[in-house]
Design a protein around this ligand. Structure first.
Ligand code: CAA
Length: 246
């Protein structure tokens, strides 16, 4: 039977590629989006249909525990229990720390890190009971090495991998794997929002001298989501063009 996959932030730059890749691999895919993006999500769904993908969408603010619980309940009733969860929802609020306001810290923590608890907590017990699950947390190279102007984002992204390593231990004997994928700079609206000079200087520091395509990130996620990756857990897979090696 087809695995049921939920991608938070599923209509975003990386999220879209993950959705289509998992659909190609035979999963029933549900793309989560923020409630404020209802109109965009409707167009997104039609665009995917035109490409031959039947991907359902669901609105929920994953920074809210209650809304995340409601989302999981609705998905379970409509499609069945979630087998594969990709925590991909994320935002940036870049500022040098001396200028960073509490609201910018808080927004990034809630969306990038709290969401991982909010959504995972609502699928976790079901995965343990059924003896199968794949949780993949989309972190960032900047959670591994830090980035000027991103004290909030780097902290949240590093936190995601701490969560991965702890939960991997709790799921290991139950068939549930938990892994992190840490993309480098990827061609999406998020990186396009950066100042051109800053972006070009970052690209010149990438050994491959280019940004990643979203599909190159999705390929790593599809690998970890597959049944054959059952023995990989607690890992942090970098997909960064050589930008950071450890
Ligand atoms: N190292 C050291 N100094 C740096 C620096 C760096 N990497 N980058 C900038 N600076 C310096 C500048 O030269 C400038 O110096 P002066 O004050 O002496 O002139 C100062 O820092 C910048 O000061 P500003 O007042 O302009 O700073 P700001 O608070 O307005 O913010 C910034 C600047 C928005 C953080 C900008 O530097 C920036 O956009 N940096 C890139 C952040 C980044 O990489 N974001 C990634 C977004 S994509 C993403 O997050 C996806 C992913 O996972 C990879």
């Amino acid at each position: 039977m087809a695995r049921i996959a939920l991608v938070t932030g599923g209509i975003g730059g990386i999220g879209t590629s993950i959705c289509t890749r998992l659909a190609k691999d035979g999963c029933t895919v549900i793309a989560n989006h923020h409630p404020s993006e209802a109109a965009v999500a409707e167009t997104w769904k039609k665009d995917r249909e035109a490409e031959g993908f039947a991907i359902d969408t669901i609105a929920a603010d994953v920074s809210s525990f209650e809304d995340s619980a409601r989302m999981i309940k609705e998905i379970t009733e409509k499609h069945g229990p979630v087998d594969v969860l990709i925590n991909c929802a994320g935002i940036t609020r870049d500022k040098t720390f001396k200028k960073m306001e509490h609201a910018q810290w808080d927004a990034v923590m809630r969306v990038n890190l709290d969401s991982v608890f909010n959504v995972t907590r609502n699928v976790w017990e079901g995965m343990l009971e059924r003896g199968f699950g794949r949780i993949i947390n989309i972190s960032s190279v900047n959670g591994q090495r830090g980035q000027f102007g991103q004290a909030n984002y780097s902290a949240a992204k590093a936190g995601m991998h701490g969560f991965t390593m702890a939960l991997a231990q709790e799921g290991a004997s139950k068939g549930v794997t938990v892994n992190t994928v840490s993309p480098g700079y990827v061609e999406t609206a998020m990186t396009l929002a950066m100042d051109d000079t800053v972006r070009n200087s970052i690209i010149s520091g990438v050994p491959m001298r280019r940004m990643a395509q979203p599909a190159e990130i999705a390929a790593a996620i599809a690998f970890l989501a597959g049944d054959e990756s059952a023995y990989i857990t607690g890992a942090n897979l970098p997909v960064n063009g050589g930008l950071f090696m450890h």
